[in-house]
Design a protein around this ligand. Sequence first.
Ligand SMILES: Nc1ncnc2c1ncn2[C@@H]1O[C@H](COP(=O)(O)OP(=O)(O)OP(=O)(O)O)[C@@H](O)[C@H]1O
Ligand SMILES: [Mg+2]
Length: 352
Amino acid sequence: MSEIKIQNISKAFGSARVLNDISFAVQDGHLLSLLGPSGCGKTTLLRIIAGLEYADEGSVFVGERDLTPVPVEKRNIGVVFQNYALIPHMTVFNNIAYGLKIRKIAPDVIRKKVEEYISLVGLEGMTDRKVTQLSGGQQQRVALARALIIEPDILLLDEPLSALDRKIRAEMQYEIRRIQQQVGITTVFVTHDQEEALTMSDEILLMHNGRIEQFATPKEIYNHPVSLYASDFLGKANTLTGTLETREGGWFVSGEGWSFPVRPKEGFAAGEQVYLAIRGEQVGIYAEPAEHTVACTVKNIVFTGEICRLMVDLQGTAMTVSCINVLADRFRAGQTVYIGVDPAITHYFKIS
Ligand SMILES: Nc1ncnc2c1ncn2[C@@H]1O[C@H](COP(=O)(O)OP(=O)(O)OP(=O)(O)O)[C@@H](O)[C@H]1O
Ligand SMILES: [Mg+2]
């Protein structure tokens, strides 16, 4: 069992508090993404788990083992960084074999194992190349094999894909996930890219200024963000300012000339001003009015490849609605359309 348990971790550099009472667990075999903007403390937290940095307070457990006082070399953790940290003059083989050589494993065992891990990460035929003769994606595969070959209890990855271009990055997202699942290793993956976190993770831990903003599965955090910060960070949403109303036995958020149904929420009262967050792709758009739809004017339709973005004017407020291309073909600039939202995935937040 290699569950990771982080308990009440706090850390300051001088007078700057970087991590504030962080607690969470990663189940055995799961991949957790630490997600958040630059400077929110992701790398510091990862380094504390790795043993490259010590927390001021709190503990790190892997399985039943309390690693808090254990030095880095005794933790048995695999780490991959953004810059790969490969040894440039060495071959793929020697880079991957490195951790086994310093453990003084017999050469024939090393050769067999390196071959196994080269095949796991898809680098067959490249064994004797110098790592400087590899592409960024291939170098990251070497880094991954090197981290995994020591059979670590857990794997930590700090923005391993951020140096790669878009296409290779997407390919490596699937590759890392495939390898992680094949090996079944409990993993913490640092990223500031929401799409990457949504694509790869079993769970996402969203951080905000050294605190946990939300801990949830990708679907849950995307569909049910707990705050405007979480809603904004996980994807584009239209943020409208409106007033909470109760009528016809239901709750609504209403503004000048518009009103959308929402779910009741504890701690909110009718008459309160709130932010209403509506994701562009979660909006229904119709040519005819229906119950609880609001009339808008299409201002512009932008083709982006996979989807179209309709810029609409909602009674004086600009909104963006996304839909697949075939659907967008039904609409024209200048046309009156009707938009509606699903209250189950439409969220409102306090204006603080
Ligand atoms: N060794 C250090 N000494 C002083 N301050 C530090 C040190 N390491 C990190 N910090 C500060 O701690 C904060 C968190 O840094 P950290 O590297 O954990 O952020 P991050 O979320 O990984 O950011 P990024 O996405 O840019 O990598 C930052 O304000 C940073 O300047
Ligand atoms: Mg970082």
